[in-house]
Design a protein around this ligand. Structure first.
Ligand code: PGA
Length: 249
């Protein structure tokens, strides 16, 4: 049985004092869960969040990183820097970064490799646009993104990569993929991994669904055979709604 990973993605929200309050409120609400609980917070919240989450079962992640260790990359933060303060997870290749910040399949691949070199667990996002879905190309797109993201990784690294299937048309729109559609897409991703790395590796890969996941639809989505967790934006900003997703059974 794969452990479920429920990860919040705060995006560019939450000041340090809000982060501290949210995590303080969340702590007792999720303390008994068997799921892995992760909050991916803005860089400016990382240190405060790590301190507040110390001694709890809440893990802290970043939302991006650079693939070089250090150097003349003004404004960037490296995987080594994240690891040095105790960050455990990092989102890589979120569609907003692909869309607004020139993230490509190649930079995604480099970042995943550097994440592993620094013992960070990557949450790698793939997903199709509405036009691609309507043109019947959704599976081709996500299989391609998955293959390119994982290119050159060892089997062990692939098994430890978390993939978040996030249809772009469902992000922040209130439109969720139906649980069957979401599961089918996650299944396709797993089948692609079976094809390249074999069944044993593919069975270990955590595949999350993301896109307007909220307490009202989480239970059904998370009960599907190939959905092993969620990447949650809007509904992760409030302790109560995020805890309701973590605890839904
Ligand atoms: P949403 O965001 O839950 O607000 O749709 C999900 C994401 O972008 O990771």
């Amino acid at each position: 049985m794969r452990k479920k990973v429920i990860a919040g993605n705060w995006k560019m929200n939450m000041l340090p004092n809000e982060a501290i309050s949210m995590i303080t409120e969340l702590t007792p609400l999720v303390k008994d869960t068997e799921n892995e609980v992760v909050l991916c917070v803005p860089y400016t919240d990382l240190f405060y969040s790590l301190l507040t989450a110390q001694g709890t079962n809440i893990k802290i992640g970043a939302q991006n990183m650079h693939y070089e260790e250090k150097g003349a990359y003004t404004g960037e933060v490296s995987g080594k820097m994240l690891k040095s303060i105790g960050v455990e997870y990092v989102i890589i290749g979120h569609s907003e970064r692909r869309q607004y910040f020139n993230e490509t399949d190649e930079t995604v691949n480099k970042k995943i490799k550097t994440a592993f070199e620094n013992n960070l667990k990557p949450i790698v996002c793939v997903g199709e646009t509405l036009e691609e879905r309507e043109a019947g190309k959704a599976f081709e797109i996500i299989e391609n993104q998955t293959q390119k993201a994982l290119n050159g990784l060892t089997e062990e690294q692939v098994a430890n990569t978390i993939i978040a299937y996030e249809p772009i048309w469902a992000i922040g729109t209130g439109k969720t993929a139906t649980s069957n559609d979401a599961n089918e897409a996650c299944k396709k991703i797993r089948e692609k991994i079976v094809e390249i790395y074999g069944q044993n590796v593919a069975e270990r890969v955590i595949i999350q669904y993301g896109g307007s996941m909220k307490p009202e639809n989480a239970k059904e989505l998370l009960s599907m055979s190939d959905i092993d967790g969620g990447l949650i934006g809007g509904a992760s900003l409030k302790a109560e709604s995020f805890a309701n997703i973590v605890n839904c059974k």
